[in-house]
Design a protein around this ligand. Structure first.
Ligand code: DAH
Length: 344
């Protein structure tokens, strides 16, 4: 019992000063474990005179409970300290300024297509889009392009081996497909622009890429003439390139228009006097256009004696290059932020 008293006297201090959970475990083992004085005393209770046993037994129990309670308390404290330490380590200073997420913007090509579409929307046109994989009918036949036309060769057009071979599926080479698709579904009058991606078997150079974008325009109504085409294109160019620009139409050939023309715009860099940008001519070739060939109207079931139309197709890359003085088409596809950031 003397030993027990000494033990009990020293125990609170030992328990309290256990620096961590492992140390406390050792102290607990010492005080209450199988080899502790309390445990050994309990085991030897049997050797005591019968009348002493309950008294000593009760003292041992009481000592055991007291020590257990102290250990439990200390353990709770130590556990809380561990948890506090973890929380402290995980602490986030919410008063720090947030890391700014860069704000995105549309790619210059998307901006260009949107802007052209908007110009035509103000003229009452609708914006339509369609598939990039299309049939030879939509891309060529209905557009009055004969089976022997060189643009149909694989050296120009990428064909897709899928579905019915008679469909001659291909990656559309022009957004002119949308002329056909729209007119097949709608009666005149028609005023639509069709922005979208096109594909050709072109090798990348400064002005060509196998993937590029066009925006197609089509107007079909009663009494549409070349004059309507010219007025519309002049308005388009004034809006897109500024009021100083002049346009001219030069005779050209496209299977789906008759007459066909190439539209030139006065050079934005030298205003027509001739410079490096326009190769000295004062003019920049920008797009193809013309009066819709009656064959095209008939291919979609329109009455070509009652209706006429004009159409044009313009490359978005070309428009952006001319407007911003961009000297290589690759800049649109390389995603170099130093380039793209200039057009937010
Ligand atoms: N589709 C022609 C091309 O990709 C461009 C074009 C020319 C479209 C004349 C037209 C047009 O609608 O009338 O080269």
């Amino acid at each position: 019992m003397d030993q027990l008293d000494t033990l009990l006297a020293a125990a609170p201090q030992r328990i309290q000063s256990a620096p961590d959970l492992d140390a406390l475990k050792d102290v607990e083992n010492d005080l209450l474990g199988r080899k502790s004085i309390i445990a050994e005393s309990r085991r030897s209770l049997g050797s005591l005179p019968a009348e002493e046993r309950p008294v000593v037994g009760a003292q041992l129990n009481e000592a055991h409970q007291r020590l257990s309670a102290l250990i439990r308390e200390r353990r709770t404290d130590l556990e809380r300290a561990v948890e506090d330490g973890l929380l402290l380590e995980d602490r986030v200073d919410i008063t720090l300024p947030a890391r700014e997420l860069g704000r995105g913007w549309h790619h210059l090509i998307t901006q260009t297509l949107d802007e052209v579409a908007d110009i035509f929307v103000t003229l009452g046109y609708q914006v339509v889009t369609g598939p990039e994989v299309d049939t030879a009918w939509h891309n060529f036949d209905a557009l009055n392009t004969p089976p022997t036309h060189p643009s149909r060769l694989e050296s120009d057009t990428m064909y897709v081996e899928y579905g019915n071979p008679d469909d001659e599926l291909l990656l559309r080479t022009q957004t002119s497909t949308m002329q056909v698709r729209y007119m097949e579904q709608h009666d005149p009058p028609v005023y639509v622009v069709a922005p979208g991606r096109c594909y050709r078997t072109d090798t990348l150079d400064a002005t060509h890429s196998p993937v590029f974008h066009q925006i197609e325009g089509l107007a079909v109504d009663e009494n549409i003439t070349m004059a309507d085409l010219k007025g519309t294109l002049a308005y388009f160019m004034r809006e897109f390139l500024g009021p100083e620009r002049r346009i001219r139409l030069l005779p050209h050939f496209f299977p789906f228009t008759e007459p066909s023309a190439e539209m030139h715009v006065s050079c934005f860099n030298c205003d027509g006097s001739g410079c490096r940008v326009c190769s000295g001519s004062g003019w920049i070739e920008l797009l193809g256009c013309g009066v819709v060939d009656p064959h095209v109207l008939e291919a979609v079931g329109y009455d070509s004696s009652g209706y006429s139309g004009f159409a044009f197709g313009v490359g978005a890359e070309r428009l952006a290059m001319v407007r911003h003085g961009i000297n290589h088409i690759k800049h649109f596809f390389e995603n170099d932020m130093r380039v793209l950031r200039q057009f937010t």
